[in-house]
Design a protein. Structure first.
Lengths: 349, 258
């Protein structure tokens, strides 16, 4: 198998089993486009990190094959090491070195020319807002600073293929924004980025492609817009005046409203998933639902109509929202399953 | 290619020295321990007869090259602890992720540790002179002693790295240090000449690498004799080469498993 032109990484029938029979990847087929940011999303244990580690050559598959930049990553040749960057989920730094010493050491390890090494390290430190922290020991860094340095080391050698495992997990909003902007810049330079993330809002905004993994299999892939169009639906979230029991049958009649796919109620919230995807029809369905709720003698304090988003597609495809009771709490707090905020995704009606 | 390898070697060597310098307490204790041995043993056994071959040599003079070698042994056996810390923080895995050859990665640390241990041995030697020991100092003698101690340091640093990479735990390293240091010290000629030992102990002493290093540096610095130097350096070189090769293989395996 050779990597096709325009493809930076390929997986074919990729299978990885851990000891005790845990199947992390099950016949995974996936193409990663060059010069794109591709997000790997999915529940914990869906195989995202395993796939990333196989591409980085850190794990060997049991069967199937993987290619990174046209090479078998398991060979981990010097050529591939120089062109591939892997940034793990855990921050791997030496606390007894300063940030400047750490960057200089890795610049040497990656063979950056001596003449330009100092300038490149200084430039990178500036890009990652680390310049003023260069003389400080890593042991004195905050979690966010460590994460930035960790990430800076991963891109120091300007890899063609950059593999990132939850790079924004420990960062504050400003740090997250910075990282995504930086990745966008790398992508504009023609580099390929594969990123594991649980933040579906960030993924929707910044990635050109997503791959949704579930129990080691690929559920869907494509651009966020395509995935949303194919798998997400509108939701009506109704705030009730009274508390309702979870799984109460009282509101099941709402499902009979044409265009409604399912209904769930918990605490003071009732959420109706629409089967209807046409925006104009959605308003009519929403009004019909509200009328039905009123007929059930429930006082409505307010409501919100949520347009289709990646979180909705994610839940529909993985079934996670139905299986996990905390989903109701997520809707209540205005967060997606990833814990990310939904600002700008919902419209008040 | 070669220039880049040397640059990586230098960078990793410098990193090891920086870390050593940032742990002044550990560095201080590495000097205190041999000085205590020199003081206690040196004066406790100052009437000890070191035998006819060394007639006229005081015990303190006899002891100093042994304590210098002991300093190298103790430091070398603990040198793998740095690798365990690097394994635990994930830093070593990250270094192995780079295109740098694992042999060069190990070589950089080895170079730093061997040079540090030799410097420590020199400082102990100078402190011994301050305490009144008399050595027969010549350039050839100093070079011979440093060569013997350097090869011994290479062997035992490599062994310590091997244990560190294979076990990855500080507890195992502590056990290794205790298991190796004391038996090796007491079955060597560092404290007592082999001729003064019971036959069985003298037999063990003859195959003990520490004896080779001690005798080579003692003969060179105390007696100005170099007759057995070639054999000692060859044997120490062979032990060092084998242990370094095994440690290198372990580093390559670790990088592959990384």
């Amino acid at each position: 198998m050779t990597t096709e032109a325009g493809t930076a990484a390929v997986a074919r029938a990729l299978t990885k089993r851990y000891v005790k029979g845990v199947v992390a990847l099950d016949q995974l087929d996936l193409d990663i486009r060059r010069a794109s940011i591709t997000a790997l999303i999915g529940n914990n244990g869906s195989g995202k990190t395993t796939f990333l580690k196989i591409l980085a050559g850190l794990l060997t598959p049991n069967s199937g094959s993987a290619q990174a930049l046209g090479c078998d990553p398991a060979t981990r040749t010097t050529w591939l090491r120089a062109r591939l960057g892997y940034v793990s989920q855990s921050v791997e730094l030496d606390p007894e070195l300063t940030a400047g010493e750490t960057l200089s050491l890795f610049a040497t390890l990656y063979g950056l020319p001596r003449a330009t090494c100092h300038a490149e390290v200084a430039g990178l430190a500036k890009s990652f807002a680390l310049a003023e922290h260069l003389p400080r020991l890593v042991s004195t860094f905050s979690g966010g600073l460590r994460q930035r340095l960790h990430l800076a080391l991963g891109v120091l050698h300007e890899p063609e293929l950059l593999l990132l495992d939850e790079p924004t997990a420990a960062l504050d909003p400003a740090g997250r924004s910075f990282v995504w902007q930086f990745l966008q810049r790398l992508r504009n330079e023609g580099r390929t980025i594969v990123v594991v993330s649980h933040d579906l809002t960030e993924v929707s905004h910044h990635c050109q492609a997503i791959a949704l993994l579930h129990k080691g299999r690929l559920l869907t892939s494509g651009s966020p817009a395509d995935v949303i169009a194919a798998h997400a639906n509108w939701k009506l979230e109704v705030e009730l005046a009274e508390r309702v029991e979870q799984n109460t049958t009282r509101f099941q009649q709402v499902v009979s409203v044409p265009g409604v796919k399912s209904v769930s109620a918990h605490e003071r919230r009732l959420v109706a998933d629409f089967a209807e995807r046409d925006a104009s029809a959605v308003q009519r369905v929403a009004e019909a639902v509200l009328q039905q709720v009123a007929r059930l003698n429930a006082s409505v304090l307010g409501y919100r109509l949520h347009p289709p988003d990646l979180a909705s597609a994610y839940f529909n495809l993985t079934g996670a929202a139905i299986e996990e009771p905390e989903q109701s709490a997520n809707v209540e707090s205005g967060k997606g399953a990833d814990g990310g905020h939904r600002q700008g995704q919902e419209s008040m009606v | 290619m070669m220039a880049n390898t040397m640059r990586i070697l230098g960078a990793l060597c410098w990193r090891t020295w920086l870390k050593t310098a940032r742990r002044p307490v550990v560095l201080t204790f590495s000097f205190v321990q041999p000085i205590m041995w020199l003081l206690f043993f040196g004066f406790l056994f100052h009437r000890f007869d070191v035998g006819p071959a060394l007639r006229g040599v005081r015990y303190l003079d006899f002891l100093l090259p042994g304590v210098c070698a002991m300093t190298v042994l103790f430091g070398a056996s603990q040198s793998g602890i740095g690798l365990i810390r690097d394994l635990q923080t994930g830093f070593l895995q990250r270094v192995f992720d780079s295109p740098a050859n694992p042999g060069v990665v190990l070589g950089g640390k080895l170079l730093a540790d061997v040079v540090r241990l030799l410097a420590q041995a020199v400082v102990i030697g100078l402190l011994g002179l301050v305490m009144g020991t008399k050595l027969h100092f010549t350039l050839a003698g100093v070079v011979a002693a440093l060569l013997a101690l350097g090869l011994f340091a290479t062997a035992f640093c490599s062994l310590s790295y091997l244990v560190a990479m294979k076990t990855g735990t500080p507890e195992t390293m502590a056990t290794f240090v205790h298991l190796v240091n004391m038996p090796l010290l007491f079955t060597s000629s560092a404290l007592v000449p082999a001729r003064q030992m019971p036959d069985w102990l003298a037999a063990i002493s003859r195959v003990n690498p520490l004896t080779l290093a001690v005798d080579a540096s003692r003969n060179a610095l105390l007696l100005g004799e170099f007759a057995s130097l070639g054999r000692a350096l060859m044997l120490l070189g062979a032990v060092g080469t084998v242990l370094l090769a095994v440690a290198w293989t372990a580093a390559k395996e670790l990088r592959r498993e990384n």
